[in-house]
Design a binder for this molecule. Structure first.
Ligand SMILES: Nc1ncnc2c1ncn2[C@@H]1O[C@H](COP(=O)(O)OP(=O)(O)O)[C@@H](O)[C@H]1O
Ligand SMILES: [Mg+2]
Length: 269
């Protein structure tokens, strides 16, 4: 649970590391089994903890990221199973939902992709690079939400590939008719990525290629999934479907999850 409040006249965030609801661990198990079966190890959900354990992971990750020069919140206070974090400004998700023009989306996404690229070049990784876990404020891009650590179950190259997959697909819905623009924005950074990372992103994209065919076979269901299926037809955005799957593990829509499991199991058999 995360709450905004005022501390000495400034905005701050109280983050409490409560246990997940009952559904999430089951969804995570199903997703991890599916991702392993599809050889998409980088897309598995890292172990999730609660209480002091989760807090300590977030503390450790924030410290490691700061050491890479990454823009992350400062720790303003600490309590049992909770931290007080400095404000990083509005999230990218918030900004994208209130766009004045498509060009603004391009600027925000380019700016963010550059920040992720820079973090990666300094040896860092995010883990849950969704637009709701990235901030774009007056002082630039910031990164939040580190109570999981992908390095528990994957290599650095996999974790960085995971960032590109999650980030690209997460912002995909804002580029539904302009996937080529999104591909170009991301490609600028992808071209500077370590070869191992680029190879892993491409490998994941081709592993998910079957979803495009499944979408066509299951005409009506594909239509119900709209933009996600449409987006997978283009370049990097082939990965749109993965974001939907990963997203439900946090706070997504379970109906969408069930529909996706249905499509994936049809396609995989
Ligand atoms: N330091 C921060 N600066 C700005 N917004 C924040 C900050 N911490 C949390 N938030 C807001 O609270 C939301 C949830 O926080 P997050 O750390 O992502 O926790 P959760 O594990 O619940 O996703 C974020 O999506 C963001 O809107
Ligand atoms: Mg979050």
């Amino acid at each position: 649970m995360v709450q905004q409040f005022k501390l000495g006249g400034r905005t701050a965030w109280l983050k409490r590391y409560d246990p997940d609801n009952w559904l999430r661990p089951s969804l995570v198990r199903v997703w991890n089994a599916l991702a392993s079966r599809l050889d998409l190890m980088a897309l598995r959900s890292p172990p999730r903890y609660s209480g002091e354990q989760a807090k300590n992971i977030e503390l450790r990750r924030l410290e490691a990221l700061r050491a890479c020069g990454a823009p992350v919140p400062r720790i303003l206070g600490e309590g049992p199973r909770s931290l007080i974090l400095s404000d990083m400004g509005p999230t990218l998700a918030h900004r994208l939902k209130r766009l004045k023009s498509a060009n603004d989306a391009d600027i925000l996404v380019r700016q963010t992709a550059q920040a992720i690229g820079k973090l990666h070049r300094h040896g860092g990784y995010l883990g849950q690079a969704f637009a709701r876990n990235i901030t774009v404020g007056d002082t630039g891009v910031g990164f939040i939400d580190f109570e999981e650590d992908p390095s528990e179950i994957m290599s650095l190259a996999q974790a960085q590939a995971r960032d590109w997959v999650i980030f690209t697909t997460g912002v995909g819905p804002y580029f539904t008719d302009r996937m080529d623009v999104l591909s170009d924005l991301i490609r600028d950074q992808a071209s500077q990525a370590e070869p191992q990372v680029a190879r892993e992103v491409h490998r994941i994209a081709s592993r998910l290629g079957f979803l495009e065919r499944a979408g066509r076979l299951l005409g009506r269901k594909a239509a119900a999934m709209g933009a996600a299926i449409g987006a997978i037809r283009k370049g990097f955005a082939t990965l749109a479907i993965a974001a939907v799957l990963i997203d439900v593990l946090s706070d997504g829509d379970c109906d969408m999850w069930l529909a996706m499991v249905d499509v994936v199991s049809h396609a995989a058999t």
